[in-house]
Design a protein around this ligand. Structure first.
Ligand code: PGA
Length: 249
């Protein structure tokens, strides 16, 4: 079975004083049982600082994106090797905001995940449907297509994380029903098996993301095949992030 993971995505939020929030998270995690992993993905500028604060704690640090090359003439980009060098253990790839804002395709997302493997960093591959796809009954098929094309061919036997994030649920305060989440996560596990084989698919944490909050975390985390959460807004404050961690414990 996959180890549970509660991951925070700070997006483009946080100046250096956010290190205090990370310290509060680390202190708050100490008394919780060790039955789940925790991760914060801050902006690039805070990765090294947070990694240093989190050293010798159970909080791990990740990036929010990486380039597929290891180095070179790519102004403004950061490689998976650079993230690893700063202390990152994970990197989010293919978040819907990057797919929308930067035109990232499934093929590019797969290339970024392969780059993460190369650098020894675990990719968190994001998938999710639009509200139109949900309304027209196409959500499961759309996400299945993303799994088939965003998860790289070389993922078998690798550590990888999948985050299911319905685009319409992100930052909206709306979430799918528990039945809809269950149906989607069952389908993702199945599609992943076809792509990576059963053993890898079984060990891959499937996270739910999109308006996860202290009020709904326990019920969402109780859904079969939900192995954790990718949390945006509610990860910015230690209190709310820790409440979600407590629900996972
Ligand atoms: P949200 O964001 O929790 O603020 O909805 C989740 C995400 O985009 O990863």
């Amino acid at each position: 079975m996959a180890q549970r993971l509660i991951a925070g995505n700070w997006k483009m939020n946080g100046l250096r004083d956010a290190l205090a929030e990370a310290r509060a998270i680390i202190n708050g995690l100490a008394p919780l049982p060790d039955t789940f992993d925790t991760l914060i993905c801050p902006p690039f500028t805070l990765i090294a600082g947070l990694a240093s604060v989190a050293k010798d704690s159970r909080l791990t640090i990740g990036g929010q994106d990486c380039h597929f090359d290891a180095h070179g003439a790519h102004t403004g980009d950061v490689s998976a090797e650079m993230l690893a060098d700063c202390g990152a253990s994970h990197v989010i790839v293919g978040h819907s905001e990057r797919r929308a804002d930067h035109g990232e395709t499934n093929a590019l997302v797969a290339a970024k995940a392969t780059a993460a493997f190369r650098a020894g960093v675990t990719p968190i591959i994001c998938v999710g449907e639009t509200s139109e796809e949900r309304a027209s009954g196409q959500a499961v098929q759309s996400v299945a297509n993303q799994i088939a094309t965003s998860v790289p061919q070389d993922a078998a036997g690798r550590r990888v994380v999948i985050a299911y994030e319905p685009i319409w649920a992100i930052g909206s305060g709306r979430t799918p029903t528990l039945d809809e989440i269950a149906e989607m996560h069952d389908s993702i596990r199945l599609k992943l098996s076809e792509r990576t084989g059963d053993a890898t698919a079984r060990e891959t944490p499937l996270l739910y993301g999109g308006s996860m909050a202290p009020a709904n975390a326990a019920e969402i985390l109780s859904v079969p095949n939900v192995d954790g959460g990718l949390i945006g807004g509610a990860s910015l404050k230690a209190d709310s992030f820790l409440s979600i961690c407590a629900a996972a414990a």
